[in-house]
Design a protein around this ligand. Sequence first.
Ligand code: ATP
Ligand code: MG
Length: 532
Amino acid sequence: MSEIFTQFGSSVATLMFLYTMYQNYFPNQLRNQIKRYSKKFTSFFYPYIQITFNEFEGDSWFERSKAFSSIERYLGKNSSSQAKRLKARVLRESEVVVLSMDDYEEVNDEFEGVKLWWASSQIPPNRQSISFYPREDEKRFFTLTFHKKHRKVVTESYLKHVLDEGKEIAVQQRQRKLFTNNKSEGGGYGRRRLWSHVMFNHPASFNTLAMEATKKKEIIDDLETFSRSKEYYGKIGKAWKRGYLLFGPPGTGKSTMIAAMANFLKYDVYDLELTAVKDNTELRRLLIDTSSKSIIVIEDIDCSLDLTGQREKKKMEKKKGDSGEKKDEDKSKVEKELKKDEDKKGSEVTLSGLLNCIDGLWSTCGEERIFVFTTNYVEKLDPALIRRGRMDKHIELSYCCFESFKVLAKNYWNLDSHELFPTIEKLLEETKMTPADVAENLMPKSSDDNGDTCLERLIKGFDIVKEEARLKAEEEKKEKAEEEERLKAEKEKEEEEKLKAEKEKEEEEKKKQENGVASPNDVKENGHVSEK
Ligand SMILES: Nc1ncnc2c1ncn2[C@@H]1O[C@H](COP(=O)(O)OP(=O)(O)OP(=O)(O)O)[C@@H](O)[C@H]1O
Ligand SMILES: [Mg+2]
């Protein structure tokens, strides 16, 4: 036994001696060669492949690798049930807690029947010191291990799947923003910020939007299909964007619907104020500066620009001419309209500039974008602006119907039915009331209010709306009668002046004949006086 120990001891000593000789006397180059061949030798028997994803790559020390962040999110979602140690991070803007697997944790994954292993590691810092910032020599990385026979599936499909899903999770977790364009002020130095933003926290959703169920479903389906159609748009050679035109009277839910759309798709919203845009070039710059997955909104498009072009201009010029002859009251009305027109002129954005941005070559900068225009007067818009392809879907938001009312009653008071519903249904058929008015009546105004009192108030509200409608109709009738009267007076005046002119002419001719002077009509081309 002691012999065996002696032999074992001397063999270990020999090995140690050889290793020390190898370390000390083999040149570096030779050592590297040996290392390379030994790795090749082991990989011949070791059937697995490893891919490493570093947190920071190349020169960009300050910017985390996008692939690393996507993998972290993907694994965070899939590893929370497997990993024993997780790291929690709270996103600054959204206050959402994001979990990711801690260092030296391992999780497995499966994709199309292929088994894969992920591990998170880090190269520890060389020196021990206290630092607020991440240490330069502290390198975190993920390692993906898989059998070499799955190389094709992993490199061609799995990695794309991981990165796409990671990106999608980021979209879901991000705090969305509401942007508005800054007014252009010439003469500034440096690069001006084109958009300002606040956090988008509008609570509207399609559940709370009062609208017929079929119409609502149609819009939801349309939005869903759009957001899933990246490949399809690419295949048919169309920019991945869609235009919606929302039209209807004030208070019918156009702005609310935009918020519901943004919440449904989890998009940012860019509220574009066209009158603050200097010219077409700036409009283009603004659009290039918008991100993908966003809704670009132009509210009250009929008021934003002189989109009816020359026709409108002529009408205003005529009004301007007329205003000289009008009563003071009328004059101020026309001047007000002219002032509004002047405001629009502060912007040199033209209809064709706008059309190019929605539909031209520039519209393809950025993808997955929805353009929404709203208006109270669809008939005022230029047909070129709202043709399909530009505004693909036209949605009319109208006065409250019984179905819409039921959505509001459910939202405001959790009412599915009530004895007053039939009365309200009848009143809604007879009277035009906007969802905004219905909502206002259903809002509790004191702690004593409940479903019954609010429905009763709504019924009374119909009387007010009816009375308002009656007064408005009367006023319109009066205005119409006054306009007719004015036109009649103008016509009579014109006729009178015409008659007067004719009479004067006749008298003049008569006078000339009496004085024996030939009238110019009596002079023939040859200069002779005609015989009468
Ligand atoms: N269809 C609707 N569903 C739910 N609430 C609505 C609806 N329409 C209007 N409202 C309520 O009325 C208010 C005003 O609606 P909103 O601002 O969406 O109207 P609008 O059509 O954009 O009006 P405007 O043409 O004046 O801009 C909203 O705050 C909302 O509470
Ligand atoms: Mg609105």
